[in-house]
Design a protein around this ligand. Structure first.
Ligand code: TGC
Length: 386
């Protein structure tokens, strides 16, 4: 597939180490995910038994340093996200929630003791984390969250609800963001704390090989040592979201690449009106449009990755990547589906599954509209969110 997915020779922009990581993750996806993903998706199963192997590959918190984390670059993290999402967005989402959100929250905002307690076990896959920011009535506008943390002596008591929280029902620990009389604070909540409960949201038409949950916090009592000491405003969770959004810029191009490759193969094999589909001008137009946007999206991801590694990637630039690449990836997946005709709506082929997943991906970690308005604010200096 090299001639159809490396049109601009973008591989020449990657180092030997980056290419080696890509091969390693791609092999994992080909052997451990691809043969099973259709049945996991059909049965709405997140395969927890692949977590140890992901940990062994160093994929959990892979861009973090110390505390058992792999200390990989932003570009390497992006490459891994892309390869995982070529398998399925749900599996890349697991790595994002664990590494970019839950582990990043502790790594960025936690005390030394909290980092030592949680991060090595999370990197090893022994502890699964989740990240509770969104609420039933506060999605795009987390500043309006109503989950509240009240001081009670030396303790904090959490009351409220979270929604759309990935992995919460299987998580051992949750990072919960809450209003308090001192402003927004973050807490590390072991999920066996009395008053914590998580319920799987189902049925879903998207992200079926993943788990999204409602969380209820009913008088969850925590010591002050559970509070993330460096998290003192809404900026703290946003700094974690930046990491996850950055991973998405790369990841969705994996779903797009897989769909494009499926379409190229199908168009070469499928005969209609006496010759293979790929001999038709309309088919070639679709393949070219997909290929051009795929290559552009990969270039954008790589450029943002190099900027991130240089320490100069700004949030509005991540928004450009997430907005563009989600939008274009969905278009690529849908176009690929059209080339597969009726077969394209079955789970025998990946494009429609990817397209359905990407409806979630374009929505979480900031919708298209939020990213568009973030860029608009950067251009005009005027916030038009409300
Ligand atoms: P505002 O409330 O004024 O800002 C608060 C503070 O945050 C700062 N900030 C950022 N800092 C770093 N990176 C970013 N991307 C930041 N965005 C905002 C801001 O400078 C301010 O700092 P300070 O020091 O002055 O207090 O908010 P705003 O007007 O800047 O932002 C408005 C808006 C709409 C852009 C923001 O609210 C937003 O991004 N909304 C989208 C939220 C979102 O993405 N939600 C999805 C979360 S996903 C989830 O909860 C489920 S977890 C995933 C899973 O489990 O699968």
């Amino acid at each position: 597939m090299d001639t159809v997915t490396n049109l601009l020779d973008l591989d020449s922009l990657l180092t030997e180490q980056e290419l080696a990581l890509r091969t390693k993750v791609r092999t994992f996806v080909d052997t451990a995910i691809r043969p099973h993903i259709a049945s996991w998706y059909a049965d709405a199963v997140f395969p927890t038994d692949i977590v140890p192997e992901m940990a062994r590959l160093g994929l959990l918190g892979m861009h973090l340093t110390g505390y058992g984390c792999a200390g990989r670059s932003a570009v390497e993290y992006g490459i891994a996200a892309l390869e995982l999402e070529a398998g399925d967005s749900g599996l890349r989402t697991f790595v994002s929630v664990q590494g970019s959100l839950a582990m990043s929250a502790i790594h960025k905002h936690g005390s030394e003791a909290q980092k030592r307690e949680w991060l090595p076990r999370m990197a090893a896959g022994e502890v699964i984390g989740c990240f509770g920011l969104t609420e039933p009535s506060a999605g795009s506008d987390p500043a309006s969250m109503t989950t509240f943390a009240t001081r009670d002596g030396d303790d904090w008591v959490l009351q409220g609800a979270k929604r759309w929280i990935g992995l919460a029902s299987i998580a051992d620990v949750a990072i919960i963001w809450a209003q308090s009389s001192e402003g927004i604070r973050g807490f590390i909540v072991p999920t066996d704390t009395p008053g914590f409960s998580a319920h799987v949201i189902e049925p879903k038409l998207s992200m079926r090989a993943s788990i999204q949950c409602d969380i209820h916090l009913d008088g969850v009592r925590l010591p002050d040592s559970a509070r993330l000491p460096a998290a003192v405003s809404l900026r703290a969770p946003f700094e974690c979201l930046n990491e996850a959004r950055y991973g998405i810029v790369w990841g969705v191009m994996g779903a797009a690449r897989d769909s494009y490759e499926a379409a190229v193969k199908y168009a070469a094999e499928r005969v209609a009106f006496g010759s293979a589909l790929n001999t038709r001008q309309l088919t070639q137009e679709k393949l070219v449009e997909m290929a051009v946007e795929l290559e552009k999206g990969m270039m954008l991801a790589l450029h943002l990755g190099r900027m991130k590694d240089a320490g100069r990637l700004a949030p509005h630039q991540i928004s450009i990547g997430k907005l563009n690449n989600c939008r274009e990836a969905i278009t690529i997946c849908h176009t690929a589906r059209t080339l597969l005709g009726g077969n394209g709506i079955t789970l025998d082929y990946s494009p429609f599954r990817h397209a359905s997943n990407l409806e979630s991906v374009r929505t979480y970690e900031g919708t298209d509209e939020i990213h568009l308005l973030t860029i608009g604010r950067w251009i005009t200096g005027v916030a038009a969110f409300n």
